[in-house]
Structure formats: C-alpha cells, structure tokens
Ligand binder design. Structure first.
Ligand code: CAA
Length: 389
C-alpha cells in the first residue's frame, strides 16, 4: 500500500510594513478602484533592507520547527527567484541560521514563481522513498517591478515554509499531476537587473493558456472533473489573476457547486490581497488563506494551479486531512498581518531605493526598526551579515 505524503505544517512571514493600494493609486493618478477591484489588491508588503529571502524564510520556518523536527529534516529545498548569490544557495545560509543538522542536503531551486512547487513535488517523491524523513520546502521572494511601472501595483514579498512528511497533518498530495513547459518571454530578470522585465498583458494570457492545458491534461489522466473538487488554489500574482483562472473553468460546474467554488476563492485570496505578490510563495500563501478563511472539512479535494513565467505550469491536487487546523498557527498569522505598520507612498519609495546596493561595498544597516527574529545587519567583506535575536 502506498503511504500518504504531503504538507504537515506551514509557516508564513512577511515584514511589518505595508502600503495602502488606494493611496498608491491616487499618487500614480489612477482611479483607486482600478487597483482595489481591477487588479484586486488592497495592501502591499513593503520589504525593508534588513529583510531578504534568507531572513524571511528563517522567520517563516522557525514557526514550524521544534528541536525534534529539526533532527528529522533531511533536505532543505529553497524556491526563489530573488537569490542573493549566483553560486551559493540560500538554503545553505538558511540551514545554518536554523541550526539544522549538518547531515542535511540544502539546495536552491529556480523557475520563476514555480520554484516552490518543484520543491514540493521533489520533497514528496523523496519522502515516498524515505518515509521517516522530513523535507523543509521554502517559497520566498521579493516582487519588484520598479517605481511608477505598470507592475508596481503587483509588488509584495514574503516567505512560506512547508514541512513535507509522511502521514501529514494538513494535506495528502495525490500522486498524479500535470505539468507543462514552453520557452516563453513573458517575464524574466537577466543577472544584471534588480527589477524584472515583463510583458504584462501577454503574461496574463500565457498564465490562462497554461492553466487550460494542465487542467485538461489532469482531467484526462485522472478521469476526474470539476465535480470532484471542493476548492482551487491559484498562483496569485494579483488576486484578479486567479479570479480569471477560476472563471475559465466555472461553467463546467453545476450552479450550487459554482457558489461553493466562488466562496472558496474569496477565502483563498484574502491574505494575498493584503500582502501582494511573493512570486513562488504566492500559491502557498493562497492555500494558507483558504485554510484560514474557508469553510473546509476533512476529505475535501483541493486543486492547485502553479505558474512560473518563462514558463512552467502544473496542476495537482490533494486531500485535506482531519487535523489540518493543527498544522499552522492561525492566531499568530492574524497578529502578524494586523500588527504591520502603514507607510506613506513617500516612505515606501525611500525604502524601495534603500535596498542593498550591488556594488559590494561594506554596509551597516539600521536594524533598530526591525523586530523580526532573523534580520540582515549589513554586508562586510562581500558577505551578508545575518543575525538572530
Ligand atoms: N474600476 C475597476 N476596474 C478597473 C478600473 C476601475 N476604475 N480601471 C481599470 N480597471 C480594470 C481593467 O478593466 C482591467 O481588468 P481586466 O483585466 O479584467 O480587463 C484591470 O483593471 C487592469 O487594468 P489594465 O489591464 O489596464 O492594467 P495595466 O495595463 O495597468 O496592467 C498588469 C495590469 C498587466 C497585470 C500589470 O500590473 C503587470 O504587468 N503586472 C505584472 C505582471 C503579472 O503579474 N503578470 C501575471 C501573470 S505572470 C505570473 O503570474 C508570474 C508572476 O507572478 C509575475
């Protein structure tokens, strides 16, 4: 008999600052409803220079790791497209910061917003072969398009940490999934750039095309239809994108099921609406949001659409487990989001420009305003200085 493998625990971190999207719209000469309704974003995480993907991942992962669990972590798979080094993996810094055993494999995975999904599937396959092992999977990014660009309203950032294990508390992954790759120039970031290049409208069309392809293929492989699903979680670069994805397949469902799926979507976009895009973590923040705000019960089947520009798409599914509410700290996540401080557009612009420079000079950052457990104190001799309080 095959063992049940999937997501056992989830942690999430985003820094303590946010920008109001109605205020940004006004500053950019746009109707606030374009951002609030047309794009579907209310707030956007603002990432201070004292947080990067390594510290955000450490702040997310430390929520789900006890000393006993740390001993069982056989691999760290770090999905990101906001890497800090072209050679050394963020996962190695992370494993050290979290004080994991040196008997751990630690690597970084990159394919735009798809990296964490690659990590999740590789982790699940590993645990199917090594059922006593646990794998820490990270999806962490900082979405940057630039001040006054069309993509600015779709920025954000944060980290999701997932523990993949046998007999998981939250979600048992079903083994069949459908994936699709094509060489597409919809969004990319050459190594000499700190901001992404994007063909925005085109990228939204490729997203929907990929969803159609993998959803059709998944149904052919499994003989399942939309009637077999209780909810869908989408990669949410901005919440309207997932809404468009759902609308594409909703006519396949009966009227009462359409209402259920729409209500589940509202739950799945709630937290993303307040954080913005965290690229490869966005699908998993949306899943967490669905768990937190949705009307779910054990046994529900959830469909996942992962999309990474460039491009890679995957559709897979999982079954919700009886103790799923024990796998994340709902109250702590509510507090994390509620305690964030609002910054003005001028403050956001100043913080945006203060990101760590690419010139290699020594820097000592003002760390006093950052109360996260893990933070970046600066750079010395070309090395990032990570700290833990
Ligand atoms: N009230 C309500 N709605 C309004 C409005 C108003 N006053 N004014 C405009 N709108 C609506 C528009 O009708 C439009 O809705 P539809 O898409 O349903 O037609 C929506 O607001 C957006 O308007 P525009 O299309 O005019 O917006 P834009 O040209 O400024 O750009 C964007 C939108 C292309 C998404 C841009 O923000 C962008 O380039 N973002 C980054 C790229 C991105 O996120 N792509 C997603 C797919 S790629 C991916 O998923 C990977 C990833 O994470 C990057």
């Amino acid at each position: 008999m095959s063992i049940s493998v999937g997501i056992d625990k989830i942690g999430f971190y985003t820094p303590g600052l946010y920008l109001d999207m109605a205020e940004l719209a006004t500053a950019r000469g746009e109707d606030p409803n374009k951002y609030l309704i047309g794009i579907g974003q209310s707030q956007q995480a603002v990432i201070p220079p004292t947080q990067d993907v390594v510290t955000m991942a450490a702040n997310a992962a430390s929520q789900i790791l006890t000393p006993e669990v740390k001993d069982d972590v056989a691999m760290v798979l770090f999905g990101t497209e906001s890497g800090i080094d072209n050679s050394k993996a963020t996962a190695v810094y992370l494993a050290h910061l979290l004080d994991l055993s040196s008997h751990t494999r630690a690597v970084e995975l990159k394919q735009a917003c798809y990296g964490a999904t690659a990590g999740l599937q590789l982790a699940a396959d590993y645990v199917r072969v090594h059922p006593a092992a646990k794998v820490l999977v990270i999806g962490a990014d900082i979405a940057r398009y630039g001040l006054r660009t069309a993509g600015e309203v779709t920025q954000g950032g944060g980290a999701v940490a997932m523990l993949v294990a046998a007999n998981p508390q939250i979600l048992a992954l079903e083994p069949v999934s459908s994936y699709h790759t094509a060489d597409v120039m919809d969004f990319w970031r050459p190594v000499y750039r700190t901001e992404a290049l994007v063909d925005g409208k085109y990228s939204t069309n490729v997203y929907l095309d990929f969803f159609k392809t993998v959803w059709t293929d998944y149904q052919q492989q499994t003989q399942r239809t939309i009637a077999d699903f209780d909810a869908f979680a989408f990669h949410l670069p901005f919440t309207k994108m997932g809404r468009k994805g759902l609308r594409q397949i909703l006519p396949e469902a009966a009227a009462d099921q359409q209402a259920t799926l729409k209500a589940a979507f509202e739950a799945s976009q709630e937290d993303n609406r307040h954080v913005g895009n965290l690229y490869t973590g966005s699908l998993y923040l949306s899943f967490l949001s669905l768990l937190r705000h949705g009307q779910l019960t054990a046994g529900n089947r959830i469909g996942f659409f992962s999309y990474g520009s460039g491009a890679e798409g995957e559709f897979f599914s999982g079954l919700l487990q009886p103790d799923f509410r024990q796998g994340f700290d709902d109250a702590a996540l509510t507090q994390l989001l509620a305690q964030r401080q609002r910054v003005s557009v001028a403050e956001y612009e100043a913080i945006y420009r203060r990101q760590l420079s690419n010139d290699g000079r020594d820097v000592r950052l003002a760390v006093g305003d950052d109360d996260a457990p893990y933070y970046l104190a600066g750079r010395q001799n070309q090395q990032r200085q990570y700290r833990h309080r």
